[in-house]
Ligand binder design. Structure first.
Ligand SMILES: C[S@@+](CC[C@H](N)C(=O)[O-])C[C@H]1O[C@@H](n2cnc3c(N)ncnc32)[C@H](O)[C@@H]1O
Ligand code: SF4
Length: 476
């Protein structure tokens, strides 16, 4: 007997009840008229009666999601190469986040696909000057940017240049909050003072792990310090900013559960206001490279590690997104969640404006040349259809743990529920979502599904970044 139990956009899962195993077909589209309650019951029964062969290491729903999303994102995240002559214009009625990208690092980590190049002072100074020209151009285009997020790379490679850039931003936009990323070796009195004077409210420090062996495998130990040094430094600078965030990575190939548990113990005893625990998200190319040197990325282990993180942090921290945990209501944990639209400046930055995703050139050289002539640096564009915009909102807002359905109805009318009925039905059926009045929220079970959704989304973005960076002449 074959029973249809659920489907994604163009896929369905068929369960062969007699053989008590399960297989997946992607090319057929069909959906049973089973009500949400009935579907939920069936899934629960299938799990509890062990009709699905789910034992540790074979997690059917999760494995299916990973494979399906990887396939779907390959098509969904394709961009057109464009030559843009006119800068986008904002809408004074809306609030935007300004994302500023600084693509230089003192040491390049092998797992990272962000747009980043080895730091050279001359190039970086020329880059900051070009960046300020781009900010000036956008300041005349009706963008009301109330939040600023400076990411990298390592934004603090030249703190004075960063401060000068932040000053220009404050003069140009009605900024309320500024968040900056940094590396642990820049947690010094000098840098912290400059950042505070520049009005930085949130500092995010990339720690990844406190385990020295892991830091060595990540090629960070030598430049960014040992686990004990990083821990002491973070404790020392507690209270210097409204929010001190610590970035961590889990499911790194050589990371054991015991090592993760030691990291969690340290985090619980340390005064960080916020912890962002990213699952390792490597592009397809990087995954192949690190398989040879560091080992295979095992997504089946990821769930166990995530559950451990959730269990350990739950008592002291509130989830602000599926992978960001805050001690109090902290600011700009995930700007793509908090702001509907964002404007990106700098080489390799992304903007999301009026349903379009745009990316600037990934070449620092080309970026500087364009801006020195006051020309836009946008090189790639993807125009989302109405359905794709709604699906993007569905994914991103729920990543921030809940959706205000009244706000969604104001934006899309009833189209949202009509267009996304399959996704809503499926995730409700899986017990991932709960409704409370106008709010649709993640359940405990749903948190991990959203880790998978976002991990696959960012792997898709990383694949796109890899393609763009490969096109950069001479690798810069
Ligand atoms: C892009 S870095 C920029 C700030 C700084 N350079 C650093 O290393 O923290 C910000 C954070 O992204 C996360 N990250 C980078 N590459 C990642 C990857 N492949 N998978 C998961 N997280 C990653 C790390 O936690 C890192 O701290
Ligand atoms: S993780 Fe941070 S320091 Fe490492 S390469 Fe990426 S941006 Fe640079």
């Amino acid at each position: 007997m074959v029973l249809v139990v659920g489907c994604g956009s163009a896929a369905l899962i068929l369960v062969d009840m007699n053989a008590a195993n399960c297989y997946i077909r992607r090319d057929v589209f069909c959906f049973s008229a089973i009500s949400i309650k009935y579907l939920h019951q069936i899934l629960e029964n299938l799990f509890s009666l062990r009709l699905l062969w789910v034992r540790e290491g074979l997690m059917l729903v999760e494995t299916f999601m990973t494979k399906f999303l990887r396939y779907q994102n390959q098509r969904y995240l394709t961009f057109d190469d464009v030559t843009v002559n006119k800068l986008a214009r904002g809408n004074q009625e809306r609030e935007y986040l300004l994302y500023v990208h600084i693509p230089f690092c003192e040491e390049l980590c092998p797992y990272c696909s962000f747009n980043r190049y080895k730091f050279q002072e001359d190039r970086a100074r020329r880059y900051f000057a070009a960046l300020r020209r781009e900010i000036k151009l956008y300041s005349e285009r009706d963008f009301r940017c109330t939040g600023v997020y400076v990411g990298g790379g390592t934004p603090t490679v030249l703190p004075e240049e960063l401060a000068q850039t932040l000053q220009l931003i404050r003069e140009s936009f009605p900024v309320r909050e500024v968040s900056v990323e940094t590396n642990p070796n820049h947690l010094t009195d000098e840098v912290v003072t400059i950042l505070r004077q520049a009005g930085v409210n949130r500092l995010s420090v990339g720690v990844q792990s406190f385990d020295d062996d892991l830091l060595k495998a990540m090629e960070r130990y030598h430049k960014y310090g040992s686990g004990a040094e990083i821990e002491a430094n973070i404790k020392h600078y507690k209270g210097s900013f409204d929010t001190l965030n610590v970035d961590m990575i889990f499911n790194f190939p050589s990371q054991s559960l015991e090592s993760l548990q030691r990291d969690l113990e340290i985090l619980k005893g340390m005064p960080a206001d916020q912890v962002t625990f990213y699952p390792l998200m490597v592009s397809t190319v990087t995954e192949k490279i690190i398989r040879k040197t560091l080992g295979k990325v095992d997504y089946r282990r990821e769930k166990i590690y995530y559950q451990e993180i959730f269990k350990q942090l739950e008592a002291d921290y509130q989830p602000g997104s599926a992978w960001c945990f805050s001690r109090q209501k902290a600011m700009i944990d995930e700007y793509i969640v908090d702001y509907d639209e964002y404007l990106g400046v700098g080489s390799g930055s992304f903007s999301y404006l009026n349903g379009k995703i745009m990316a600037n050139t990934f070449s620092v050289e080309e970026y500087c040349e364009k801006l020195e002539k006051d020309l836009p640096a946008v090189a790639f564009c993807k125009d989302f259809s109405l359905f794709e915009r709604m699906r993007y909102d569905f994914m991103i807002k729920l990543f921030g743990t809940s959706i205000d359905m009244a706000a969604i109805r104001r934006r899309y009318g009833n189209f949202f529920a009509d267009a996304l009925w399959k996704e809503l039905l499926l995730f409700k059926g899986l017990g991932a979502l709960k409704e409370d009045g106008n709010r649709l929220s993640l359940t405990k079970k749903g948190y991990y599904y959203w880790v998978i959704m976002m991990r696959e989304f960012f792997i898709g973005v990383n694949n796109f970044r890899d393609i763009c960076r490969n096109q950069v002449k001479g690798g810069e």
